[in-house]
Design a protein around this ligand. Structure first.
Ligand code: 5GP
Ligand code: MN
Length: 333
């Protein structure tokens, strides 16, 4: 029997429309980002969170390690270390996999929306807005927030600008082009204070942090294009430096002319080592970080690797020399 054909209307929504619809339907939001947050994690979290709050939404902005480091950003004092109660929409920003959020989302299920620019992203959300060509997650938010019905006011602009300044290390990464600067100019027009952000994020350091750098710089090594050093628990104690990161010493290492690749090893309390790689244009360290269970970008990547400092250093240095093409058969590889 012949069935009369009816015209079919495809209701395919764009990603922006899906996000906007979910925003409209939701009242209680949970936004999270990664452990050991950087300016893009905190800036994206706050830039989006503050805009939702201004619409009268209830928003929990959560970082497992807290937002103390980002006190220079508006709204940072509202960052929680753990969420409470039920929520309608879960958003994760600047995170390539769910492990990297820490324990924050335990019991909360799959994120509704993931916004990220890491090419190692595992698409772990229900909606995944992943744009690896973008310099920062904050830049993705700048592009899409208007389409989601969200206004970027001076506070949000400040936070998004911090994300871009942080992830480009002050416009020093090779992915910075005129478009990126135009976005920053627009954020400055909206009220972002570039000088303040630049100084707070990239220039000013505590006395303890710089003393801590001293320990790492004292044991700096250079071997065939690979420049590396380590920072130990004892170094942190000696310097009175309270966080468990490298205090951005990796940026100093990556400025060393001889470094094709720079690596920093930061000893942790739980028999793991936080490893950060940085490299020059033309090389890609995201694969090696991924191989060790981490992730990141071509020019900057990291991983938390289990083992003692000595053991992790040996394994990572060996694999990184391989990436640099430094190891030949005669050297036993
Ligand atoms: P950093 O070395 O400054 O911690 O991070 C450099 C880049 O690699 C950042 O984009 C950061 O998000 C990513 N990254 C660092 N550590 C990890 C990790 O353990 N897992 C994943 N997936 N990405 C990481
Ligand atoms: Mn980022």
């Amino acid at each position: 029997m012949k069935v009369a054909s009816r015209p079919r209307i495809w209701m395919i929504k764009t990603l922006d429309e899906q996000v906007a619809a979910k925003f409209t339907a939701s009242h209680r939001f949970l936004i999270a980002s990664h452990v050991r947050p950087d300016a893009d994690a905190a800036g994206s979290l706050l830039g989006l969170g503050l805009a939702l709050m201004r619409q009268g939404k209830s928003v929990q902005m959560v970082l497992e390690d807290g937002g103390e480091k980002f006190r220079y950003l508006p709204g940072a004092e509202q960052i929680l270390r753990a969420p409470q109660g039920e929520v309608d929409m879960i958003i994760v920003v600047d995170c390539s996999d769910s492990d990297r959020v820490g324990a924050v989302l335990n019991g909360y299920g799959q994120p509704d929306l993931v916004v990220d620019h890491h090419k190692t992203n595992l698409d772990f959300g229900k909606i995944n807005m992943v744009e690896p060509a973008q310099v920062a997650t904050a830049a993705i938010l700048f592009d899409h927030m208007p389409a989601w019905g969200l206004e970027i006011d001076a506070d949000s602009a400040m936070c998004l600008l911090a994300g871009i300044v942080g992830d480009t290390i002050g416009f020093r990464t090779p992915n910075v082009d005129a478009e990126v600067l135009r976005r920053c100019a627009a954020l400055i027009d909206l009220g972002g204070d570039l000088t303040h952000i630049y100084n707070e994020e990239l220039v000013m350091r505590s006395y303890e942090a710089v003393r801590y750098w001293g320990s790492g710089l004292n044991r700096l090594e250079h071997d065939n294009g690979l420049v590396y050093t380590s920072l130990t628990l004892a170094d942190r104690q000696d310097a009175g430096y309270l966080s468990d990161d490298d205090a951005d010493l990796v940026n100093v290492l990556s400025a060393i002319r001889e470094a094709q690749i720079a690596i920093i090893f930061v000893e942790q309390r739980d028999n793991t080592v936080k490893v950060s790689w940085r490299t020059r244009p033309g090389l890609d360290v995201s694969g090696i970080a991924y191989q060790f269970g981490g992730g990141g970008h071509a020019a900057a990547a990291g991983a938390d690797i289990e083992g003692s400092l000595a053991e992790v250093k040996r394994r990572v240095i060996h694999e990184t020399h391989k990436l640099l093409g430094n190891l030949t058969k005669e050297m036993g590889v």
